[in-house]
Write a protein that binds this ligand. Structure first.
Ligand SMILES: NC(=O)C1=CN([C@@H]2O[C@H](COP(=O)(O)OP(=O)(O)OC[C@H]3O[C@@H](n4cnc5c(N)ncnc54)[C@H](O)[C@@H]3O)[C@@H](O)[C@H]2O)C=CC1
Ligand SMILES: O=C(CO)COP(=O)(O)O
Length: 329
């Protein structure tokens, strides 16, 4: 459900793994192009989609008889979108979140929003997370992800549905850890991008990635995640992949800010979803509720929403009071 970059690539992945797939898109030109030319030119120009991958504008048609319902709309529109689809959801389907964000206002993870809106138990809600830049996976480069579900059987079913000769899926029952890893790394990637835009090199990027992982882990521990998850594909894997890649929308967004563009200018040139831009405030609220220090997230929110100059945000991070490397977990 969602024919943007990631929805289209996961549809391709599922089809390559032998599943029957129907992709719902909201734009007629995108749906027609997928059906008639096997291409999604706006989001994945030049990528040939597999035979048998059908697209439709009709959500009921996409949902009919589905074993898995994979959701790939922007995190902040999920609630509204899903509430319209609820009457057509197959009663036994496993709902799969492909999204990496936290809902503003409620601070809910995507799997929590799905449970609430679709009124399904957590055993039937899975997440699919990992270091997956859409265009790279679309070209069949080797990649991997984690299928996370509290019901191990459903995690294994999703694993089986997504394994291809170029893609490996692992399972996990730590849904909280998988989702936090995916959502908060976008905020860290914004900060890494800002440092790149300011002209800093690999040492600063490595510093931000590593201390970013420390703050993701602190929040995860407070919310009941398994800390080991953050050393895995949905944690360190996704964080490193996104923060180091020029393909990342979040990192690129931060880089444009670091080069001196205003927030309005960066929003205007960003054509796809950079989830960290909105989720950072929800992450920060979550951290405050649980008394977790997240200085990188705080700096990103300060720059985006509270008029803090980027250089000042950088100075405030580097001049924090001396600490042991590991604290607060
Ligand atoms: N692109 C990537 O490499 C990856 C993205 N993700 C996650 O997947 C989710 C979706 O991102 P992308 O597909 O990359 O974004 P995108 O910007 O490429 O596509 C978003 C899709 O949602 C649709 N959309 C926008 N507003 C909508 C609304 N109000 N109602 C219904 N549909 C709406 C757009 O038409 C588009 O089809 C995000 O949470 C992102 O973090 C996860 C892994 C990799
Ligand atoms: O989630 C992603 C990589 O795993 C995609 O990152 P961006 O949303 O920053 O492009």
């Amino acid at each position: 459900m969602g024919a943007g970059s990631w929805g289209t690539v996961v549809a391709k992945l599922l089809r390559d793994a032998g599943c029957e797939v129907t992709l719902w898109g909201r734009r007629a030109d995108v749906v027609d192009s997928v059906n008639e030319r096997r291409e999604n030119p706006d989001y994945l120009p030049g990528i040939e989609l597999p035979e048998g991958l059908r697209a439709t504008l009709d959500p009921a048609e996409a949902l009919a008889g589905a074993e898995f319902v994979a959701l790939a709309v922007p995190a902040q529109t999920l609630r509204e979108n899903l509430s319209q689809w609820v009457p057509d959801l197959p009663p036994e389907a496993v709902m799969v979140s492909l999204m990496k964000g936290i809902e503003l206002g409620t601070c809910r993870r995507m799997s929590e929003v799905i449970q609430e809106v679709a009124d399904v138990p957590e055993e039937r809600v899975a997440v699919f997370c990992g270091p997956n830049l859409a265009r790279e996976i679309a070209t069949g480069q080797p990649g991997a992800a984690v299928a996370g579900c509290v019901d191990e059987g459903n995690a294994r079913r999703l694993q089986a549905a997504t394994m291809t000769p170029y893609f490996r899926t692992y399972t996990s029952t730590d849904v909280i850890g998988c989702e936090l890893g995916g959502a908060v790394k976008n905020v860290v990637a914004l900060c890494v991008g800002m440092s790149v835009g300011l002209g800093f090199g690999d040492s600063t990027q490595a510093l931000l990635i590593t201390r970013g992982l420390a703050e993701i882990t602190r929040l995860g521990a407070a919310l009941g995640a398994d800390e080991h998850t953050f050393a895995g594909l949905a944690g360190m894997g996704d964080l490193v992949g996104t923060c180091m890649s020029p393909l990342s929308r979040n990192r690129t967004f931060g880089e444009n800010l670091g080069r001196g563009m205003t927030l309005e200018q960066v929003i205007a040139v960003t054509k796809q979803t950079a989830e960290g831009v909105k989720s950072c405030e929800a992450v920060l609220e979550l951290a405050r509720k649980h008394n977790v220090e997240m200085p990188i997230t705080e700096s990103v929110a300060g720059v985006l929403y509270h008029g803090m100059p980027i250089k000042e945000a950088g100075l405030s991070l580097i001049s924090r009071s001396p600490k042991p490397e590991r604290y607060g977990v």
